[in-house]
Design a protein around this ligand. Sequence first.
Ligand code: MSP
Length: 506
Amino acid sequence: MTTFYVTTPIYYVNDKPHIGHAYTTIACDILSRYHKLKGHDVYFLTGTDEHGQKVEKAAKESSLDTKDFVNKMSENFKNLISFLGCDIDDFIRTTEIRHIEAAQHLWNKLNDNKQIYLSNYEGWYSVRDEAFYSESELIKKDNSFFTDSGSPVEWLKEESYFFKLSLWEEKLLDFYEKYPESIQPKTRYNEVISFIKSGLKDLSISRTTFKWGIPVPNNSNHVMYVWIDALCNYLTSIGYPDVYDSKFVKYWPATHIVGKDILRFHAIYWPAFLMAADIEPPKKIFAHGWWTNEGQKISKSIGNVIDPYDIINKYGLDQIRFFLFREVPFGNDGDFSKNAIANRINADLSNNYGNLVQRICLFAVKNCNSLVDVSKKYTDSDNELLKFCEFNFSNYSNYMESQQIDKALKSIFEILSKTNSYVDEQAPWELKKTNANRMNDVLFITLNIIKFTSLMLLPIIPKSANKALDILNINLNERNFSFMNIKNQNKFQILNPKPIFPRIDK
Ligand code: MSP
């Protein structure tokens, strides 16, 4: 059976969740639901990244002990998952014993494979990004250095273990030449390749100046660099260090969905660690863009952070899930504007989809006593519409398989627009007076298209699409892509139609 292992980044618990976290998590939920509807065996992982200086610093600023702080903050992320309606298989925390053991095992494996050595690190470090920078990557302002995203850096000088990243340049380039699809979108692939070609230096992978991390095996003066600890979560969840664990065998390698800011860690460090530990590199790394708020960078200091609870309580869960993925090509940056949300909800969800469901189902209730029979005969326009739907479903599937969620959504809404025009042209309300059989057939075709588009919408707006399928009285076990065929339906018995998407008043 085809398997699909999808992961979100694990989120730092230094602060409460914001729209950026919700965005990546919903993306993975959409892909995971899509694959389930295809009949694939899916494993969807998310969780929290709880070690490192940034988290330790945030704990110190609270009045809590570090352990209590991370327990409390991690809970916020867990709660967000259910609030977002995400159907996950595991929520991992890097402070769990299973993870500490896995990370230490990975370290030992790298050490056994002669990939680690002890030396001294001297250079720039950003606690906000938990990343090392060379001076050429920094911008000088008033005698201080900053990253191009504005994070301050500090000069570190300490004993450190190093990972021999420089050994992996050629092997990484060979791997990516062989599997160019494994970094998406293409522009990100090019970025990674040119970064590798510019030369890889050995990577500092331990710290001695603070304690909040996983101890390095056999040297308790050192804790692991938070990224080697964090990346290992993707292995821990599926049973590592037991590489014969049934989950590990079944699901590895994974598809990692990450923000563009953490591509380098996932597309360079991570595959190098894995190859160095005799593990296959990830199947795919997809880097998405960042959201701005009404044109401005989202930042705590500007005070324009978007709280996912506020926005979802205001517009509705499915409405926001839909907006985030319809408005902006997945991979590009996007702007969160109230006007754009209202326009999207009204044009696509209320007018194009919701209104079609409502008017056809109500019409069927009033004029056919809720019962619409199988069509006896298909006209050219019926066949044309059904063919178009079939063609767009195949595009939709290809887009979903390649994480082009916006394009997949576009394919659905093209079907819906065409179906609305079909209904206007066929005018069942006229046929009612002249040709009751043809009226039934037009309704039967349209209800099938509503069913198909609702099935296609299930990954994105699961609650609302299920409401539509409830109205069409589709069995729960028939709500998947093996039922995308008009032959599966020999009638429709409509149940109690209710509006699905009320218009947003601007
Ligand atoms: N802990 C690391 C990831 C380790 S994975 C092994 C981390 N955590 S994070 O909490 O800072 O960020 C998690 C994700 O949120 C990243 O993918 C990041 O790109 C995303 N976003 C943060 N702000 C964002 C926006 N404004 N817009 C979209 N996504 C953004 O990095």
